[in-house]
Design a binder for this molecule. Structure first.
Ligand code: GLU
Length: 401
């Protein structure tokens, strides 16, 4: 994902300049403090693995770890930069990190996934830890993977180390509400968007039905919003009266009178709000002209390219940035980490109210900063979110110097 890396660097450069911080400091943010590339073996096969530790000004590196056939070194580095910006934007004391293995899990057995997870930890072990770098789930990794990794880390270290990974199951030191946290955060932002832009009963389409997309749909559905279409990897369904959401995730795609819809067509649907919860770069300069929604919520990381966002902005379409909309996950991870360190206890209610507080505050700050630059017609929420993050990083850097 060369494009995402280029886009992210450009964004940092431009907004760093607008923020008026020292150009040398901005230059620092264009580089990763450390970028590890190694190899993991499962059976007779070898896979490229990465961990990017972009920046630790605000605290230990923090960020997910993905197993994906599309993972590249550039993608992981770009995502670690976005983590730095995300943590700074919502003001939690973490830096930015990200990891991944280039692997397609399609034909992997449970045992092979376990081997892959343990091998990853062996490769990255000397460079991670509860006060250094704390990985978490991301695309195609989940709480089982985090349990295996925590176990492997603790084994090598020789002591139980629950705070070395977040996103674990509750019974294994995890946090109530962590699984729903990113989807919940997206829903908080969606509700705030409705209030800010005075949207009454907006119609919604959701691309992506992994953990994040599914939980977003669950909260929106429970609150009475009509989700007209939802797609997963192989495509999905469209229902004029609203998709019926059932408890079992996969049942949603059967047992109801629906039309099929592709991942491409859902982007061009005539709805008020388009939620992008699948992957990066799905709206680009090729299809930005065809988007009919008036609002886009970026729940995945980097789903709208820079060029696309320019086109959308010109067309009056508001894009809510990923570093705000999907930050519920890392905010919950912060609670889990604090709890594992024995500093404070959290139940689900407390986690959700912390997410709501942090994300709402960041959204309000974006709106406030938009006013500061209102004479510039090219101002967007993404630009403002980046600018706020850079200012906070700069302040923290100066305070620590
Ligand atoms: N993978 C999630 C993200 O991209 C969560 C990271 C974390 O909890 O550390 O924000």
């Amino acid at each position: 994902m060369e494009k995402l890396l280029k886009d992210t660097k450009k964004q940092i450069k431009k907004e760093g300049k607008r923020a008026g911080v020292d150009p040398v400091f901005v230059k620092k943010l264009l580089f990763s403090e450390r970028l590890l590339e190694f190899t993991v073996q499962v059976g007779d096969n070898y896979y490229s693995a990465y961990r990017s530790q972009h920046n630790s000004i605000m605290g230990p590196y923090k960020g997910g770890l993905r197993f994906s056939e599309f993972t590249t070194r550039d993608e992981v580095e770009a995502l670690s930069m976005l983590m730095t910006l995300k943590c700074a934007l919502v003001d939690i004391p973490f830096g930015g990190g990200k990891g991944g293995v280039k692997v397609d899990l399609k034909n992997f057995s449970k045992e092979e996934v376990e081997t892959l997870s343990r091998e990853y930890v062996k490769g990255v072990f000397p460079l991670i830890g509860p006060d250094v770098d704390i990985p978490a789930p991301d695309m195609n990794t989940n709480e089982e993977v985090m349990t295996i990794m925590t176990d492997e880390y603790s084994k090598i270290k020789g002591v139980s180390s629950l705070a070395s990974f977040t996103g674990k199951p509750v019974e294994k030191g995890g946090l109530e509400g962590r699984t729903e946290a990113t989807g919940y955060g997206g829903f908080v932002i969606f509700k705030q968007l409705c209030t800010l832009y005075n949207l009454k009963n907006p119609t919604v389409a959701v691309q992506g039905f992994g953990n994040v997309g599914f939980n977003f749909c669950k909260f929106a559905d429970e609150d009475g919003f009509k989700i007209k279409a939802v797609t997963k990897r192989e495509g999905g369904i469209k229902r004029e009266e609203g998709v019926v959401f059932k408890k079992n995730k996969d049942d949603i795609f059967k047992e109801q009178e629906v039309n099929k819809i592709t991942n491409k067509d859902i982007l061009e649907m005539d709805v008020d709000v388009l939620v992008l919860a699948a992957t990066e770069g799905v709206v680009d300069e090729e299809n930005a002209d065809k988007v009919k929604a008036k609002y886009i919520i970026s729940l995945a990381n980097g789903p709208v390219t820079r060029k696309a966002e320019k086109i959308l902005h010109k067309r009056g379409i508001v894009v809510i940035p990923d570093i705000l909309a999907n930050s519920g996950g890392v905010v919950a991870s912060y609670c889990e980490w604090i709890q594992n360190k024995g500093e404070e206890k959290y139940n689900k209610e407390k986690v959700f109210s912390f997410i709501k507080e942090k994300l709402s505050k960041a959204f309000e700050e974006i709106k406030k900063t938009e006013k500061e630059f209102q004479s510039d017609k090219k101002i967007t929420p993404t630009k403002m979110a980046t600018l706020i993050a850079i200012r906070r990083l700069d302040k923290s850097f100066k305070n620590n110097a």
